[in-house]
Design a protein around this ligand. Sequence first.
Ligand code: ADP
Ligand code: MG
Length: 140
Amino acid sequence: MAKQRTLSIIKPDATERNLTGKINSIFEENGLRIIAQKRIHLSRRQAEQFYAVHKERPFYGELVDYMISGPVVVQALEGENAVLKNRELMGATDPAKADAGTIRKLYGEGIERNAVHGSDSPENAAAEIRFFFSDTEIVG
Ligand code: ADP
Ligand code: MG
């Protein structure tokens, strides 16, 4: 399988607890290369746009509030089968249901405060990477 890219976000609950390095180690130790990265504070508009697919879900408002409650680290990851690989490393949305050793099992605090975001398909990955990074900010 060819190299693939995916969009990852280290969420406010994780940056608050200074877990960026520990989470990045998991990516790097498992064959994902961080080819773009920046620490930013999302605007409400950015968070609303990024999660627009969840607009009708009951947790949408809370999710937006949470995502702008502190800094996030947005990053593009590259590797073999990167989209699925990252989803495997992340674990299930609800940390209580995530497999042992996954990022969400290790560091998630709850179904909302679950430490990381990862794209769920190659198509969404491309759109999400474009949402945060220009071509010159991505160095593979
Ligand atoms: P994932 O991040 O695993 O792809 P979703 O795309 O379904 O999960 O949801 C996006 C984010 O919304 C989750 O990562 C989590 O932060 C939040 N979320 C999902 N489900 C719930 C829920 N039932 N209650 C509160 N927040 C939720
Ligand atoms: Mg999702």
